[in-house]
Design a binder for this molecule. Structure first.
Ligand SMILES: [Zn+2]
Length: 384
């Protein structure tokens, strides 16, 4: 330890999908993290929630939401439509598409998380993609400044995980930065809880096992930090929770049975919990609206509701009509996947399974209620 003023380190640990309802009835760092509360999530998937945490903004303002949206004049995936000629028995497999996505990200020069998912190649030229840049770097947002820009402008030395690396590698990286003793703020990114919850659901014993994996590692991090700093302020937060999937609905077939042409009359993306549409004529719009209104598993979101959710986008970028399913139901097959899963998120933020969590060893600054308030916690902690 050096210097005359007390040295302080603030660590924000992000655990993807560590929802308030996921934590309920489970034990996780109660002794250390005595301040515990739910946070309201933002409507959308992690591709919307993480940008809201990193900027404090609603999706309409940072302009990140679901990955794919209708392409404008610039069609970045124009040439990819020829991939439709490849044998779908091979090129529609998840693992092959993941590899291909990595290769294409390099080719396009994208530094963000890029995944083709299950978007059909014959239509991919009609879409654009919202996460072309690394969210965890200064300048990574489509609009607005993220925490890393704020830290750099304020000249605050910080550590941030590399989302491409494993949780263990990110823990090791932070531990070594803490030992150096130069940083004042750290953002630790942990992604594995999300994939586990999708696979096994929130009621599985495997979730308890995963928490028991995190706990000693977080304790170790705290111990190392306390050897090198006078005060260590630890926050654990998430972006959303996880609902248990009990029902599938094939919205895609219902729409494709109508006498309207995908790409001609209308365009659609089928995310796991919502279907989003753009229309080229009022007939297809009326017919699709009627079909969706007859599906009891969800509802079309009104413009007013989208405004209140912070998801009213300029030029209806992410869809002119958005049909959202009730929590626990997924669209299957969808453009996200063809296999059933046990857990899903991306439902209405009013549903209790959507709630995120905030845990800390000090009172969190600013009376946070929503995940967007984590940004204020970070800037206050870092003095940025
Ligand atoms: Zn997820």
């Amino acid at each position: 330890m050096s210097g005359s003023s007390p040295r302080q380190l603030s660590i924000v640990t992000f655990i993807d999908a560590l929802g308030w309802e996921v934590l309920k009835g489970r034990s996780f760092m109660e002794e250390e993290l005595t301040y515990r509360q739910p946070l309201r999530s933002v409507f959308g998937f992690s591709s919307a929630c993480v940008p809201s945490i990193l900027t404090g903004l609603q999706p309409r303002d940072h302009k990140h939401w679901s990955f794919f949206y209708k392409a404008g004049a610039e069609r970045p995936f124009h040439h990819l439509r020829w991939f439709k000629l490849l044998p779908s028995s091979i090129f529609d497999k998840g693992r092959v598409r993941s590899k291909l996505s990595k290769y294409l990200a390099k080719w396009f020069g994208y530094t963000g998380y890029f995944q083709l998912y299950n978007i059909p190649f014959k239509h991919i030229d009609k879409f654009d993609y919202c996460e072309k840049r690394d969210l965890f770097k200064a300048g990574g947002m489509n609009s607005g400044a993220n925490i890393f820009e704020r830290l750099e402008t304020a000249g605050v030395p910080y550590s941030v995980s590399n989302w491409r690396e494993s949780e263990s590698a990110n823990l090791e990286h932070l531990e070594s930065d803490i030992k150096q003793g130069d940083i004042k703020f750290a953002f630790l990114y942990m992604a594995d809880m999300d994939s586990l919850l999708h696979m096994v659901g929130k009621n599985s014993k495997k979730v308890d096992e995963k928490l028991s994996w995190y706990e000693p590692r977080m304790q170790q991090l705290l111990a190392t930090a306390r050897e090198n700093y006078d005060e260590v302020r630890l926050f654990v937060c998430s972006d959303h929770g996880m609902a248990t999937v009990t029902k599938h609905v094939d919205i895609m077939s219902k729409i494709e049975e109508l006498p309207y042409k995908f790409g001609g009359d209308y365009l659609a993306t089928y995310d796991s919990t919502m279907a989003r549409f753009w229309f080229n004529n009022p007939e297809s719009e009326a017919a699709i609206r009627k079909t969706l209104e007859a599906c009891p598993e969800g509802k079309i979101l009104s413009k007013e509701e989208l405004v209140s959710l912070g998801c009213d986008f300029e030029g209806d970028q992410y869809g002119e009509m958005i049909y959202l399913l009730d929590a626990g139901t997924i669209i299957l097959p969808s453009h996200m996947g063809t296999k059933p899963i046990t857990g899903m998120h991306g439902y209405h933020p009013d549903h209790h399974d959507s709630d995120a969590s905030l845990l800390s060893n000090v009172p969190p600054p600013g009376n946070p209620t929503c995940i967007t308030d984590v940004f204020n916690i970070m800037t206050t902690e870092a003095g940025a």
